[in-house]
Ligand binder design. Structure first.
Ligand SMILES: [Zn+2]
Length: 60
């Protein structure tokens, strides 16, 4: 049985596109980006916020 593959995309307000293969990936990538580029915002975001802003796409 073929499982559907997804990827996650989050467009940061600074214009950068972040991508992850799984929920955990996009959360990790986004936090790394926040810490590197927006350290003042890094503490105010939580996993739920990241996933709320991220969009999930089906891989084609
Ligand atoms: Zn950014």
């Amino acid at each position: 049985m073929a499982e559907r593959e997804y990827y996650w995309l989050l467009r940061c307000p600074c214009g950068e596109s972040l991508e992850g293969a799984t929920e955990d990936d996009i959360v990790d990538v986004s936090f790394a980006h926040l810490k590197a580029k927006h350290p003042d915002m890094a503490d105010t975001y939580e996993r739920e916020h990241i996933l709320f802003m991220a969009q999930r796409f089906v891989k084609t």
